[in-house]
Design a protein around this ligand. Sequence first.
Ligand SMILES: [Zn+2]
Length: 349
Amino acid sequence: MQFKDIEGQAIIANRLTQIIDQGRVSHAQLFLGDTTSGSLALAIAYAQYLNCSNRQHFDHGDLKSDSCGQCPSCQKFQQLSHPDLHFFFPNAAIEKLKNASSVSSADYQTDFREFLSKNNQCGSVDQWYQHIGIEKKQAIIRDSDANNLVHALSLSSYEGNYKMVIVWMAEKMHPVMANKILKTLEEPNPKTLIILVAESSERLLSTIISRTQLVRIPSRADIVRFVDDDFPQLYVTWMRQLFKLNMYTLSQWVEAMHVRTREQQKQFLYYAQDALRHCFLRSNAGLPLTMDFGDEKFNSSFPSMITQRNIERLNDAFDQAIYAVERNAYSKMVFMELSFRISKALKKR
Ligand SMILES: [Zn+2]
């Protein structure tokens, strides 16, 4: 899977390739978002890009970088047959499997690859259950999978590059499985990558969440965004306050956000995160600023504050804030904490 084949996810794709190009790959990551919006496809494209020997970079179009699709590693990825890529996913015993008690993802590898190809790697979990003819309730990622996962990562890599594990629908991990992989998440072997792909974090153990880096995958609905008329002004006011860190005016600003609906808060956060990306492209790649904040002075001076040194920290802070708003966290706390994190990051430019 190449990023170019995943519809509507160029923004997140650019973030992911940038992390790899800068050598800042976190060994355990949680891709949180709908499979039908491409969360699993992005995880596979990410692993492919990581192991590609001829990464491509573009100076036009939405996408800044992608794997080549041609090198020996990419070819194996395109066929989903790379020996260092392992998949784990919900499974259950069905009649055709004789030894029901020891069933695991290993018994469904061919089915899973068929399912991925058939649905362009964006099939839903219900489609998966249908594909293999099991009942939703039975499906689970069990402890036999944990043993296989730990084993897969302990072997040396066939190709001398990264060993990669993708656990799809990680919220379906049985607690025994989840507990068994904690140590691997915490003390991985060098050059290993574990990506947990989940649609909801509510059923994931907090010990798992705390050991992974969160990558929020926007849903297709989120991508078509709504920008309120006053977002630019709210943004400019906010960023100016964060320079001075005047607690009185900042708390007034936070109060004004707090009284808005959750949906408006979320949309504003998307807008603000997108604004950072525009500023980064202006300062880092010298591209013209294509977002107008309605304030000339701000348009010309602010982008230089967003650099390679702080963009990722800022993106992480926004991801976590959006995630918290979605989970109904107390919004005053969310915006206050986010403000402090941004203020700190802006000083480290
Ligand atoms: Zn390649």
